[in-house]
Design a protein around this ligand. Structure first.
Ligand SMILES: [Mg+2]
Length: 372
C-alpha cells in the first residue's frame, strides 16, 4: 500500500465569543489571547493507491498557512509514493530527513498530521476502530470542558460552570489570570468537581510564587503553564517545590525527548502531550510507553481541536494508563462538523474502523478557507 495523494484543507469555524477584547498585537498574534471569533483547523487528507482515505490534523491557529506551505512544498512530496504499511519505519525516515528543519514547531505539526492520517488508514485496513487497534480498554471516556477566558468575570464564570456541573461534567478547566477571581470561583465549586487552571504562560516566576499558594489553598487541582517560556522546566520545578502546587505542561514541548526527560526526572505532575503538535499518534504512544517505565506524572492530553486531532485524542485516552478525561474546546460553534463535536459528559468512542472522523463534504466545503 502506497500513498497516492495528500491534500491540505484549512477550515474556519465561527463561534460566539464570551468576551470581546480591544484590538492590539497580543490579541492579533497570540493564539492564547485570540481576538477572532473563529477557530481554524488544518486538516490533512491522505489517500492510498488501494483506495483508503485517512485524516490527520496539524496544529493550529494563525500558523496554519505556514504549516500548509511546508506540507505543500516539502512534506507531502516526501511522503507521496511511499509505502505506508509500516508507519514506524516511514515516520522514522521522515523525522530523520527533516531533522535539520527543527525538531518542533510547524515541521512537527505537519509530521503529526501525516502520522495521524496513516494510523487512520491502518485501522481502516485492519477493519478496527483505532482505539481497539491500539489496545484501548475504554469504549467510553469522560470529557472536560476547557472554557475560554472570561477575563476574571466571576459572575459569568459561575453561571457557565454551574450549568456545566448541572449537566454532569466533573472536571473543568479555566483560562483565567486574575488570582482572586480563580480562588473565588474555586471556593464556590462543589467538592467533587475538579477545577484546573491554565494561564497560558501569564506570570513571572515571582508572581507565580506569590499566587500559587492561595490557589492551592482554594482547591485548584493544578496550574498549567504558569510562567513563560513554557519549556523552562527547571523554573516550573522550583515553583512546584516552593509552593506545593501541582504543575502541568507539555502542550508546548517540541518533541518526545522533552517528555522523556521530564518523566525520567519526575519534574512535573501533569504532562500534556498534544497529538497534532508533538508528532502524532506514534509519538504519544512512545510517551505512554515511557510513562510505564517512569509513572511519576499523570498523562492528560492537550486537545484544543475539533477535527481529526479531537478524534485521535479521544482514541488515545482509551489507551492512557489512568482513566483521565478528554479536553474539549468549550466554544459555542455555529456548526458542528461531525458527531464527535456534539459534546456530552461521556463520549462513546467510535465503533467504526479508523478514527471515525467522517465529515460531511458539503460542510467542509462551506467552511474551507484554503486548500493546498
Ligand atoms: Mg494550555
Amino acid at each position: 500500500m502506497r500513498i497516492a495523494q495528500i491534500d491540505s484543507i484549512i477550515v474556519r469555524l465561527p463561534y460566539k465569543p464570551v468576551v470581546r477584547r480591544a484590538s492590539g498585537k497580543e490579541g492579533a498574534f497570540n493564539a492564547a489571547r485570540a481576538l477572532s471569533p473563529t477557530l481554524d483547523a488544518l486538516l490533512v487528507r491522505v489517500e492510498t493507491d488501494n483506495g483508503y482515505v485517512g485524516w490527520g490534523e496539524a496544529f493550529g491557529h494563525a500558523c496554519n498557512p505556514a504549516t500548509m506551505a511546508l506540507l505543500t512544498e516539502r512534506v507531502s512530496p516526501f511522503f507521496r509514493g511511499e509505502a505506508c504499511d509500516d508507519i514506524s519505519a516511514l515516520m522514522a525516515k521522515a523525522h530523520y530527513a527533516f531533522h535539520s528543519y527543527g525538531r518542533g514547531g510547524i515541521m512537527m505539526y505537519a509530521l503529526s498530521a501525516l502520522d495521524i492520517a496513516l494510523w487512520d488508514i491502518r485501522a481502516k485496513a485492519e477493519n478496527l476502530p483505532l482505539w481497539q487497534l491500539l489496545g484501548g480498554t475504554r469504549a467510553q471516556i469522560e470529557l472536560y470542558p476547557s472554557i475560554p477566558s472570561y477575563d476574571g468575570d466571576v459572575g459569568q464564570l459561575l453561571t457557565c460552570i454551574n450549568a456545566l456541573v448541572h449537566q454532569g461534567y466533573r472536571s473543568i478547566k479555566l483560562h483565567e489570570r486574575q488570582p482572586a477571581a480563580i480562588a473565588t470561583v474555586c471556593r464556590e465549586m462543589p467538592d467533587n468537581v475538579v477545577l484546573m487552571v491554565d494561564t497560558n504562560c501569564a506570570w513571572s516566576e515571582e508572581e507565580a510564587r506569590d499566587i500559587l499558594p492561595a490557589l492551592l489553598e482554594a482547591g485548584v487541582s493544578f496550574v498549567e503553564e504558569p510562567t513563560f517560556p513554557p519549556e523552562n522546566i527547571s523554573r516550573l520545578q522550583r515553583l512546584k517545590q516552593c509552593t506545593g502546587m501541582p504543575i502541568a505542561a507539555g502542550e508546548n514541548f517540541n518533541n518526545s525527548e522533552e517528555f522523556l526527560l521530564s518523566l525520567e526526572h519526575g519534574w512535573l505532575d501533569v504532562l500534556q502531550p498534544s497529538v497534532a503538535k508533538i508528532g502524532g499518534i506514534s509519538t504519544v504512544l512512545d510517551i505512554i510507553a515511557a510513562h510505564a517505565e517512569h509513572p511519576c506524572a499523570t498523562l492528560l492530553p492537550h486537545c484544543f481541536y475539533y477535527g481529526p486531532g479531537l478524534a485521535a485524542s479521544a482514541h488515545l485516552i482509551s489507551v492512557m494508563p489512568s482513566n483521565v478525561p478528554l479536553e474539549v474546546p468549550w466554544l459555542a460553534f455555529e456548526q458542528q462538523l461531525h458527531p464527535l463535536m456534539h459534546y456530552q459528559p461521556v463520549m462513546a468512542l467510535p465503533d467504526v474502523p479508523g478514527l471515525g472522523f467522517a465529515p460531511d463534504a458539503t460542510l467542509i466545503d462551506r467552511f474551507t478557507i484554503a486548500r493546498g
